[in-house]
Design a protein around this ligand. Structure first.
Ligand code: NDP
Length: 309
């Protein structure tokens, strides 16, 4: 059995930045990269909004560069997922890994990210990075003067739709009901935007095209009528699912499953466990925010480890 001072779960921007800071603080962190190494950022193509890369940078390259930076300062990376956590407030935490190994640690940083909710249509996989996205901020600029579809009726859908009007020729919001779930202010903003057209009582049943998305197939749930809508972009805004299931019952989570943080720090409800990035961020979910909170978590974890020496 291995004993570590600090284990970081996840190697997206939050985990990797935590690893850079922790390694430079001589904490010799072990970073567990899991089964989607690099996290959500690797699912988008070019990242054009991460400061420091005016030409943009491939999402995968960006997180791999962060990881390389962490390894340069002494972080160790294992491509393992955690099967089971046994968290022990103020004591030693025990992690059972998918490969069968057991790791113990004095401090843990949860940076396990979140996954966008998709409808589960085959075309969503086929056209990933060829029209399908779950992040307008990341990918909207690729759809200059093109028609796009946003699926969903919540605040995320309104925010995505409004943002996309900067680029797209028209933004169709396809919603399964005839009323929005979004807050009145966001809904009003979207309704007032002349580039946004609502397609009510409608579900997407398929995504069609050659190598790139060309149209979506729709069904009106009130009338049963089937139709097709030409579009080059398809943005899923059905909410996110934080990857926190394995912490349930051991860390305090909010109603949507995000890890609760305390006192404006990255401290969780379990002493010695810190959280950073999308698994604890229902609001911003941006790579730069995740990276910043990873830095905070490494500093908080370092101070904690100092206090128990
Ligand atoms: P929500 O859960 O609020 O909304 C999800 C939307 O997706 C709903 O309209 C829902 O439909 C629809 N949906 C879910 N599953 C399906 C499905 N299988 N088929 C069709 N439609 C589906 O998620 P959001 O990400 O929008 O918001 C999450 C939280 O973050 C909220 O609290 C929100 O207020 C907050 N937020 C705030 C923002 C802001 O203030 N600027 C911006 C973004 C988010 P239905 O309505 O029928 O349930």
């Amino acid at each position: 059995m291995e004993k570590q001072k600090l284990v970081i779960v996840g190697n997206g921007p939050a985990g990797a930045t935590a690893a850079i800071y922790a390694a430079r603080a001589n904490l010799s962190p072990l970073m567990l990269a899991g089964n989607q190494p690099g996290g959500l950022l690797t699912m988008t193509g070019k990242v054009e909004n991460f400061p420091g890369f005016p030409e943009g940078i491939d999402g995968f390259d960006l997180v791999m560069k962060m990881q390389e930076q962490a390894e340069k300062f002494g972080a160790r990376v294992e491509y393992e997922t955690v099967e089971h956590f046994t968290l022990n407030p103020g004591g030693v935490h025990r992690l059972e890994l998918s490969g069968g190994a057991v790791v113990e640690c004095d401090a843990l940083i949860a940076a396990s990210g979140a996954s966008p909710r998709y409808l589960g249509l085959a075309g969503e996989e086929k056209f990933r990075n060829h029209g399908v996205s779950a992040c307008a901020t990341c990918d909207g600029a690729f759809f200059e003067n093109m028609p796009v579809v946003v699926v969903g009726g919540g605040d995320s859908a309104m925010e995505e739709a409004i943002f996309l009007t900067r680029f797209a020729s028209v933004v169709y919001v396809v919603h399964r009901r005839d009323q929005l779930k979004a807050s009145p202010i966001m809904a009003a903003r979207a309704r007032e935007n002349p580039k946004i057209k609502f397609v009510w009582n409608t579900v997407v049943t398929g995504l069609l095209g050659g190598s790139d998305l060309e149209k979506v197939a729709l069904r009106n749930v009130a009338t049963g009528e089937e139709s097709e809508l030409p579009c080059r972009g398809y943005f899923c805004a059905l909410g996110h699912i934080p990857n926190t299931r394995s912490f349930a019952g051991q860390l305090e989570l909010d109603d949507a499953g995000y890890i609760r943080l305390f006192d404006g720090t990255t401290r969780t409800s379990c002493e010695g466990v810190f959280a950073a990035g999308d698994c604890a961020d229902p609001r911003y979910r941006q790579a730069i925010c995740a990276a910043a909170s990873g830095c905070q978590a490494a500093i908080d974890a370092g101070r904690y480890l100092e206090s128990i020496r």
